[in-house]
Design a protein around this ligand. Structure first.
Ligand SMILES: *Cc1c(COP(=O)(O)O)cnc(C)c1O
Length: 427
């Protein structure tokens, strides 16, 4: 960042004027009284996503059952058509991605498909900082396969409690590992893992590898096909702005096409065979095979509009702005809040920094409450983390600057002392 002299609101405003993505802010429903920095938990609603949801409702209203094959976006093909639109965000070919299920269910599906424990190769490798649902799913998959859910799950340790060293992960890729599941971006520190290197090292050792892209999809570009990653899965309600509980997505590398889905259902079927109603499944030979039952059309519909925005804006541009926003935030925090007890736990290095900043503070829970009361929406991660996500499509440098000055005021006036230092039900 061209940074002569200290940061200020003026500087932020200048950067906003030069920002080519700034126009997308108007596409979103923004409460101008607040600064929303929680797009990595729940992305905001865009007018286009709203429009596409209303269009789908309209097709239900007017077409009834014929909405499956009629209207502008026939429901029967929506998972495939959106998979094609999603594919560039993860660097996949169009039939390698399908919009289906949810993160957790898709992990179950992919583990059920790709985890084939053998006598001397029966372990799953993951990490000690993984999102809990991934661990729960992997333990139940181990159990279902007759493995030991504790002993057969290897969790790579973090050296500093916040980040992972690729070196340590590679050292843990031992001969008894059958499958590796890791995040693309860690949900707490926001560290980006070197997915290309990890894929290469896993394959050298004959191990299959899949990534949870919940925090990278829509924020960081991927090149899954070129890397040769076996599979991936992600949600669409964070950076992809699909709405609460929006349908998730998965990727399967095409060299695995033809593999039978571990969890089959009638939507795994070849589309032209599905309504033959045969009891022998002829599954699709694409990512589509990993669907199960009738898709949640109403939870999928907002993605039609939302993915259009990504197509126009371009994921590389989104990433560039995101990096500039987080850099601006890091510099502003350094300038304004040095000595206030905050520790930045996100990587400083651009290659390793995802779309949000993680701050640690012993009063984090009530600092978050004070931030909300003062109009800045962060999110709290127990026991002492504050996540701040300036989202490229709708946040501005001005937002970041103001949020930092609000935080400084809260600390200077000890406004957080009004609150209890405990998390709410949803944090
Ligand atoms: C948000 C998130 C999930 C959530 O899983 P759902 O099935 O969508 O509830 C899983 N993994 C990671 C890494 C996440 O960030």
């Amino acid at each position: 960042m061209n940074n002569n002299g200290p940061l200020s609101l003026e500087k932020a405003v200048q950067l906003d004027k030069k920002d080519e993505l700034a126009k997308y802010r108007n596409e979103f429903y923004i409460n101008e009284e607040k600064i929303y920095l929680d797009g990595n938990s729940l992305g905001l609603l865009s007018k286009r996503a709203e429009g596409s949801l209303l269009d789908i409702l309209e097709s239900w209203k007017t077409l009834g059952i014929d909405g499956w094959t009629g209207g502008d976006n026939p429901w029967f093909y929506l998972a495939e058509s959106l998979g094609e639109k999603m594919a560039p965000l993860v660097g996949a070919e169009k039939d390698e991605v399908i919009v289906t299920g949810s993160t957790t269910i898709n992990l179950h599906q992919l583990a059920a498909t790709f985890f084939k424990p053998e006598k001397n190769r029966r372990k799953i490798l993951t990490d000690s900082l993984a999102f809990p649902t991934d661990i729960y799913a992997l333990k139940s998959q181990l159990q279902l396969q007759g493995c030991d859910p504790e002993g057969d799950l290897i969790k790579v340790e973090s050296r500093d409690g916040h980040t992972l060293e690729e070196e340590d992960i590679i050292n843990a890729m031992t001969e008894d590992v059958a499958l590796i599941i890791l995040p693309g971006v860690l949900y707490r520190s926001g560290q980006v893992l070197d997915m290309e290197r990890l894929t290469k090292e896993a394959h050298k050792r004959g191990i299959l590898i899949g990534f949870d892209l919940c925090h990278s999809a829509g924020s960081v570009p991927h090149d899954l096909s070129r890397w040769g990653t076996d599979f991936a899965f992600w949600c669409t309600y964070k950076h992809l702005n699909g709405g609460p509980g929006a349908t998730g997505a998965l990727y399967v590398n095409k060299r695995h096409f033809g593999k039978a889905p571990g969890l089959a259902g009638w939507f795994s079927s070849k589309k032209d065979k599905q309504f033959d109603m045969e009891h022998d499944l002829e599954h699709e030979e694409s990512a589509g095979a990993f669907q199960t039952g009738t898709p949640n059309i109403l939870s999928t519909a907002p993605l039609i509009g939302s993915l259009e925005i990504f197509k126009e804006a371009g994921i590389e541009n989104v990433r560039n702005k995101s990096l500039k926003l987080t850099e601006f935030m890091l510099k502003a925090l350094d300038q304004e809040l040095d000595g206030y007890g905050f520790k930045v736990r996100s990587p400083q290095d651009e290659k390793r920094r995802g779309g949000h900043i993680f701050l640690e503070h012993k009063e984090a829970a009530r600092i978050c409450k004070a931030l909300k009361a003062e109009g800045v929406i962060p999110d709290f991660r127990a026991p002492d983390g504050i996540r701040l996500a300036p989202v490229a499509l709708y946040n501005s440098y001005g937002d970041v600057w103001t949020a930092v000055t609000v935080l400084k005021r809260i600390m200077d006036k000890r406004l957080y002392e009004k609150y209890e230092n405990q998390r709410g039900v949803i944090a």
